[in-house]
Design a protein around this ligand. Structure first.
Ligand SMILES: [Mg+2]
Length: 261
């Protein structure tokens, strides 16, 4: 019989990893993921961080296990061979081209968008390599208001969306998200959503916490309410424990249900 859980997709910050905890990724969670990897499952870290920032975070966390796949900036895919990660093509090239084209359409409106935010809020707005408009709001209430304005603006540009994580937000192409990247990895591995486990805590995780992408959905206690509601709605597991402890509870429950423990 095939292994019932073959892909474990975990968000990094606040889901797998908690900065203020020692160790930042609970040993129990490392053991459970390692156990599944030894049986042939693949572990995906599915994050909004870029590759450099994720590699730094992983280095500091001193894990006993290594991810097999990475999704960075909620859209780029890397696979591991030996100790190195390689970009998945044509996915990453297509993704880069789609964003370059999309962001051309946004360029003329950037001064107006920057001005709108700066005139109303204490917030940082800037462009980076991944988005011509990036936001760090002063607090989540401001981020809610700014996000609403950006979502209105997105109506005027086909395929444009806002990706939000806590007080951070940026523009992205609707075709590329943690969800579609996870679906591509599932396809690359010749699998279907029935064998996929996914865990996340914030807005940017919502596209992967869907029944269409994963059969086993988990949110830790620190997840924001919309994430918990999404996981409940799809029949998933919401833990009463925080961060990686909650994910370990959810993974253990899934493994028991699947007859693996
Ligand atoms: Mg997170």
């Amino acid at each position: 019989m095939d292994l019932p859980i073959q892909i474990i997709s975990t968000d990094f910050d606040g889901t797998l990893h908690a900065d203020h905890e020692t160790p930042p990724v609970p040993l129990r969670l490392q053991e459970l993921i390692g156990d599944l990897q030894r049986r042939g499952a693949k572990w995906v870290i599915n994050t909004g961080r870029d590759l450099t920032s994720l590699m730094e975070g992983l280095g500091r966390a001193r894990l006993s296990i290594e991810p097999d796949w990475l999704v960075t900036v909620e859209r780029e895919i890397y696979f591991r061979e030996g100790s190195r990660y390689f970009p998945l093509q044509p996915w990453n090239g297509d993704c880069e081209r789609a964003h370059r084209e999309l962001f051309k359409a946004v360029e003329k409106d950037l001064p107006r968008l920057f001005q709108w935010v700066n005139g109303r809020f204490h917030a940082s707005v800037y462009s980076d390599a991944y988005s011509p408009f990036c936001l760090i709001a002063g607090n989540n209430t401001d981020a809610d208001d700014i996000e609403a304005h950006l979502i209105d603006y997105c109506e005027s540009v086909p395929n444009l969306t806002v990706v939000r994580n806590d007080v951070y937000a940026r523009f992205s192409h609707t075709a590329y998200s943690k969800g579609t990247a996870l679906a591509e990895i599932t396809r690359q591995l010749g699998l279907t959503r029935e064998a996929v486990f996914a865990a996340g805590d914030h807005f940017n995780d919502l596209p992967m916490l869907l029944d269409e992408h994963a059969c086993w959905l988990v949110a830790p206690a620190n997840a924001i309410t919309p994430v918990k509601e999404a996981v409940w709605r799809e029949g998933g597991y919401v833990s009463d424990r925080h961060w990686g402890h909650g994910v370990a509870d959810g993974l253990e429950a899934a493994m028991k249900e699947a007859g693996l423990l």
